[in-house]
Design a protein around this ligand. Structure first.
Ligand code: HPA
Length: 274
């Protein structure tokens, strides 16, 4: 039960350092954290200062916890995350969101950068995740179940909460931001997919592909927390265009859409607290 006592350490620290849990927690993917942070006043801590928080080794994943109040809503933002492809155990990947949930946060917005599998979608668009397919060959609930957190076989029939999704769509409409909707397929990475793998993803019913989010969403559903997810489509997935895929492109497109992204996340945050 070492893992649970580590979670308790982290929660005790957050309670002591910050106080009451936030109304909403945001998980901000590649390059998206900075965009959000530039729009709100927040206090910050490096993950390395929080007991047992895993620290990412990926460029663009800063690894800071930000917190503050935006128009009345108390928020926390995980800026940067760890991934399975960094070689961590699945339950380590979800340590931070579990700590925020144990602290008492009930609502989560998980974001990521993703490749467009659906040919009708395009780089620069934002996609509200309606459902997911887990192709990571791993699950954060593997191993002994922590009965204090949730049940052995949690229901996953509505992993992205309808009320939270509806609110995201309303916010996007009001702001005049296009928000597509689709299924996110999670792969393990870190190599990008082959064209044949992308054809498979499309056949399976996916609209966007990425290397994150699904572990967090499973762990939070296990804890019966409410979750929404937004993908920032940074590139067409492999084999759709006649060009190779590079991480720099992912960062560049993120740079281009980060304003809209931050406006949408802020509006959603504000209305979640209302
Ligand atoms: N594939 C997997 N992960 C990604 C991609 C992609 O095309 N783009 C951004 N993250």
């Amino acid at each position: 039960m070492q893992y649970l006592s580590q979670l308790n350490d982290a929660v005790r620290f957050l309670r002591g350092h910050i106080g009451d849990p936030p109304d909403v927690s945001l998980v901000l993917g590649s390059g998206l954290g900075a965009a959000f942070a530039s729009q709100v006043e927040s206090e910050r801590l490096n993950y390395s200062e929080i007991p047992h928080f895993p620290v990412s080794s990926v460029v663009g994943h800063a690894g800071q916890l930000a917190w503050g109040r935006h128009r009345g809503t108390r928020f926390c933002a995980l800026m940067g995350r760890v991934h399975l492809y960094e070689g961590l155990e699945p339950r380590r990947v979800v340590f931070a969101v579990r700590a925020l949930a144990m602290w008492g946060c009930r609502n989560f917005l998980i974001t990521n950068a993703a490749g467009a599998v659906n040919r009708e979608m395009a780089p620069g668009q934002l996609m509200l995740i309606t459902d997911h397919i887990n192709l990571q060959g791993a699950n954060p609930l593997e191993g002994d179940n922590y009965d204090d957190l949730g049940q052995r076989f949690p229901d996953m029939s509505d992993p992205y909460h309808p009320d939270l999704r509806r609110l995201a769509l309303q916010c996007a409409r009001q702001l005049g931001i296009e928000l597509r909707q689709g299924v996110y397929i999670a792969v393990r990475g870190p190599s990008y997919e082959t064209p044949a793998e992308i054809r498979m993803c499309r056949t399976l019913g996916a609209d966007a592909v990425g290397m994150s989010t699904v572990p967090e969403v499973i762990a939070l559903n296990h804890m019966k927390r409410r979750v929404a997810g937004i993908s920032c489509l940074t590139n067409m997935a492999a084999g759709i265009l006649d060009q190779p895929l590079v991480h720099d492109e992912v960062l560049q497109v993120t740079e281009r859409v980060k304003e809209d992204f931050a406006r949408l996340v802020l509006s959603w945050t504000e209305r979640m607290g209302a």
